[in-house]
Design a binder for this molecule. Sequence first.
Ligand code: NI
Length: 169
Amino acid sequence: MILTIVKYPEPILEQPSEPVTEFNAELRKLVADMFETTYASQGIGLAAPQVGVSKRITVVDLSMGKDPKQKLVLINPEITFSEGKQYEEEGCLSFPDIREKVVRAAKIRIRAQDESGKWFEMDGEELLARAFQHEIDHLDGIVFIYRMSALKRSLNLRKIRKMQNDGKW
Ligand code: NI
């Protein structure tokens, strides 16, 4: 089922999410729906607060549904190591048509639980590291405009207000 993606400035996007404690059929259904919603929007990742669920769940798939091996489910994820810097353009499904360069760590290691509650570790670099950091930020209530410079943030907020006024947001 394709879920509705909430757009900035919905308050849920700026609230820290609750840890997942039950690994049940309801969770697996939500994860499946989150993948379907990501693919329908041609995204590479989605966090539960973006579909109105304030829980620490994210899905990432850099192949956008083309390679099942790249489907990643991160539940209660934590960054355990980060190194270096990258500065690349980023977008967010809760900010349609906004793309901006954002500074992120170049390499990170995460620790997360899978759909059955099993903990695993994973390393990511380049785009994968960027996706992990962007999605984990969502779980902490941080949207990517707050990773931009103050100037870029105000320019983009102005652009959003204009789109809202024009009924395009
Ligand atoms: Ni996002």
